[in-house]
Ligand binder design. Structure first.
Ligand code: MG
Length: 379
């Protein structure tokens, strides 16, 4: 392998990926970020032989880079993902990551996929591409990496169900009424994981877990009634697989993204690392509160509907989470706004990326209306 291409290099996944590359002595051959920033420029100076791309040249100050200008545009990001014989870590936030995912797989690269929207919005396209090309997906989501590892050496016919664990987020135990008044600052305080802002809010609504159910469906080809969610506040068990004979295989580890990212680099081998001290652990499990956190059942419904419904679900959530972070809507308006968008937008079968982009665009437009209070249930 020639090296690693890091998409979303300045984000939380990107940063960790660069640490892992450093630790394993893997060359960094590509860096991409959404906007011009001093952080990206610093990374490029640290890896001067890499290609550097800014996806959206309208964002940030090009001047930061002085005479040394990076490549720009989404085509350049896809082009970076196509560099031959590379590990591509896709840590892009949101729907924008789908094109790079398809490009990396088409080029036959190993893809460490942290961009769950690739599967949520474009699962059918991603699976069609991995079926036809030499590229391979290694999940870089702690739950899916855990399931991927539990499934090694097992036949799918022996699997009873996949069990995704959920921390329950910062609002576990709260009622629907209490949740209406929570602030972005409270929602950004995740008990176990340090993550980007969108995914932290999605963890608080359980929207993230809902998306992970859809991600698991496409990634492991498992029907929705064979995907379970259990709340596990300690986040030590990253996920489990239940087998036909009643055996449960679990993957336990620290709550750090270093593990799944390192595994995407080394698979099928493993690097050396520290392990948990078992006597220090207490493990608890409980049912998710589906009434206080309706995002979970909504995700199952959307997943079963299929077609462009998950793309609409994801796009609406991106818009509504951004509005919540700007304090323009309340916390519970996120999920009710997503629901209103799903009711309003017509969904179709997925036949091309253009169709998905179109569904995404319509959903964003409607969700923005919801935010403005001009449509839907949010006032
Ligand atoms: Mg996860």
């Amino acid at each position: 392998m020639r090296g690693v291409v890091v998409l979303g290099a300045t984000g939380s996944i990107g940063r960790t990926t660069l640490e892992v590359a450093d630790e394993l002595g893997v060359a960094v051959v590509g860096l991409a970020a959404a906007s011009f920033s001093a952080d990206l420029f610093d990374l490029w100076k640290k890896h001067p032989d890499s290609r550097c791309v800014v996806a959206d040249p309208e964002r940030g100050e090009a001047g930061i880079f002085g005479d040394l200008q990076p490549e720009v545009g989404r085509d350049a990001v896809a082009d970076l993902a196509r560099m031959s014989d590379c590990l591509v870590i896709n840590g892009v936030v949101g729907f924008a990551g789908l094109r790079a995912t398809l490009a990396a797989l088409e080029a036959g690269n190993r893809l460490g996929l942290a961009n769950k929207e690739s599967f949520v919005a474009g699962g059918e396209l991603v699976n069609a591409m991995s079926g036809n090309a030499d590229g391979m997906v290694i999940p870089v989501d702690s739950e899916h990496s855990a399931i991927f590892q539990c499934l090694l050496g097992e036949s799918r016919a022996m699997v009873e169900s996949l069990v995704l664990t959920a921390s329950g987020g910062p609002f576990r135990g709260m009622s629907k009424v209490d949740l209406a008044g929570v602030t972005p600052a409270q929602a950004l305080r995740h008990p176990n994981w340090e993550m980007g802002r969108r995914i932290t809010i999605d963890s608080a609504t359980l929207m993230n877990k809902g998306m992970e159910v859809i991600e698991a469906h496409y990634l492991f080809g498992m029907p929705y009634d064979q995907i379970e969610v259990v709340v596990h506040p300690q986040s030590v068990v990253h996920s489990m697989v239940r087998f036909r004979d009643g055996a449960l295989k679990a993957h336990l580890g620290d709550t750090t993204m270093h593990h799944p990212i390192r595994y995407a680099f080394t698979y099928p081998d493993r690097a050396r690392g520290a392990s948990l001290r078992l006597p220090d652990l207490t493990l608890e499990f409980e049912e998710p509160d589906r009434d206080a956190f309706p995002a979970l059942d909504l995700a199952y419904h959307v997943g079963r509907s299929g077609g462009t419904a998950p793309a609409v679900f994801n796009a609406a959530d991106e818009v509504l989470v951004a509005a919540f972070l700007e304090e323009r809507i309340g916390f519970t308006d996120i999920v009710s706004g997503v629901e209103a968008t799903l009711e309003a937008c017509e969904t179709t079968d997925v036949t091309s990326i253009e169709g998905v982009i179109d569904a995404d665009r319509q959903a964003r437009a409607f969700a923005s209306e919801v935010v403005l209070g001009r449509a839907g249930k949010v006032g």
